[in-house]
Design a protein around this ligand. Structure first.
Ligand code: AMP
Ligand code: MG
Length: 401
């Protein structure tokens, strides 16, 4: 076999995102806010309300007009609770006011109740120097009618949904879910709950990727386990291509392995079989079956995890219209020495302890348990060595969901 150069991770990502740009989903649906978490906004959210809609008090206290201060103590002419509609402030008086209540027209300042003296006759003396607009949340200080609050392509989490709620919206326009057919390949695989045969192992990838896909807004078409058998593989892909936007598989892509998926894609079109400069996860198959894109991840659970998180995840977000698909990352200091330079970019499962990245003791790509122990991945660039304390890029697992 010829030793073609390995493809750098960023080149693979670039090709996947180009593919995703061509395959962006055009359809949208309207969902209640309670259903829209994790989905992607299909059109700009434009404000129809000023927020706050009127000036309101930031404190429990007294609203007054500073021009009346020289007449103090001031009589209290009205009480304004949150939810009330105040009267115009009578000249020479103040208003008792509570947090969130509209400031009466004519008042230009709120003093907190701790800084006043209430006399026996109920009049109020202001004890501290006061400034115009003090403790008043101005109308429109957050946004004005017509402002674009969220752009199409924004992923909706609790913050975004709360902003929509603040505008009085009960529903939002979201991009429809990508339909992802999930297929685990391997003669050795058995589903949890079934008896284990000699030589078999349980299928962990279906659970790993099924949950992850749903977190990313996808509808999962669970296509189960597929034996390493080219004709059956072809038949299965023929069935799945009818309903899927993407066929996502694990296993069967390593050279020397049964490599069924690679064979079928090569026979039926134009496969892009990549040998990536990434560890874990070197073999990755990207191609089409008919017109449906196929991403074939390696079978080792941690290889599947790393390649899904770094490559398939951005693809799935981009087809939903998300612009910024890369996880946030930051620099941490190595809590270890690394004196084994490799030709592939390596992603190690680490925990952050006192600002340092500590390695999970077993970094084998077959070991999934390290991911449950770790906080995320540190990246070891190709052909590099590192000493304790050296800066490394860290990607928190929390960023990948
Ligand atoms: P493959 O990419 O098919 O050569 O698989 C690589 C390794 O990952 C083998 O040891 C497989 O048994 C294992 N493997 C493949 N698929 C799964 C799966 N769905 N769950 C757990 N292990 C798997
Ligand atoms: Mg296999």
């Amino acid at each position: 076999m010829s030793r073609s150069p390995l493809m750098p991770v960023e080149d693979a990502l670039e090709q996947l995102l180009l593919m995703a740009n061509e395959q962006q989903l055009a359809d949208s649906e309207v969902l209640a806010l309670d259903e829209a978490r994790g989905r992607v906004l299909a059109s700009d959210l434009v404000a129809t309300l000023d927020l706050p809609p009127w000036p309101n008090s930031a404190m429990d206290g007294y609203a007054l007009n500073l021009a009346d201060l020289d007449q103090q103590p001031l009589a209290v002419s009205q009480r304004v609770y949150a939810g009330a509609a105040p009267e115009v402030l009578l000249p020479g008086t103040c208003a008792r006011i509570f947090t969130g209540a509209p400031v009466p027209p004519g008042a230009n300042c709120v003093e907190m109740q701790e800084n006043v003296e209430v006399l026996d006759d109920g009049r109020v003396r202001f004890l501290q120097p006061l400034k115009v607009e003090q403790n008043i949340r101005a109308q429109g200080q957050e946004n004005r009618v017509g402002d674009i609050l969220l752009r199409a392509g924004k992923r909706l989490g609790p913050f975004e949904l709360a902003v929509a709620a603040g505008q009085g919206l009960a529903q939002l326009h979201v991009v429809r879910r990508p339909r992802v057919a999930l297929l685990s390949t391997g003669d050795e695989l058995v589903e949890p709950g079934q008896p284990l045969r000699p030589g078999s192992i349980y299928n962990s990838n279906r659970v790993l990727l099924g949950h992850w896909l749903r977190e990313l807004g996808c509808e999962v078409i669970d296509a189960g386990i597929l034996p390493d058998h080219p004709a059956q593989t072809r038949l299965k892909l023929e069935q799945l291509q009818v309903s899927a936007d993407l066929i996502l598989t694990t296993g069967g892509v390593s050279a020397g392995d049964a490599d069924c998926l690679g064979q079928v894609l090569r026979d039926s079109g134009k496969p892009l079989l990549w040998k990536l400069a990434i560890k874990p996860g070197k073999p990755l198959t990207v191609g089409h079956f008919g017109t449906v894109p196929v991403i074939g991840l390696p079978g080792n659970p941690t290889s599947a995890l790393v390649t899904f998180g770094l490559l398939a995840r951005p693809y799935l977000l981009r087809i939903q219209g998300v612009e910024d698909v890369m996880p946030l990352s930051f620099t941490v200091n190595a809590g270890f020495d690394w004196h084994k330079p490799g030709g592939r970019r390596e992603y190690l499962r680490v925990k952050l302890e006192a600002g340092r990245a500590v390695l999970y003791p077993n970094q084998s790509s077959g070991v999934l348990l390290g991911a449950t122990w770790a906080d995320g991945l540190v990246e070891i660039p190709e052909n590099s060595t590192h000493n304790l304390g050296d800066p490394l890029r860290f990607i928190p697992f929390s960023e990948l969901f």
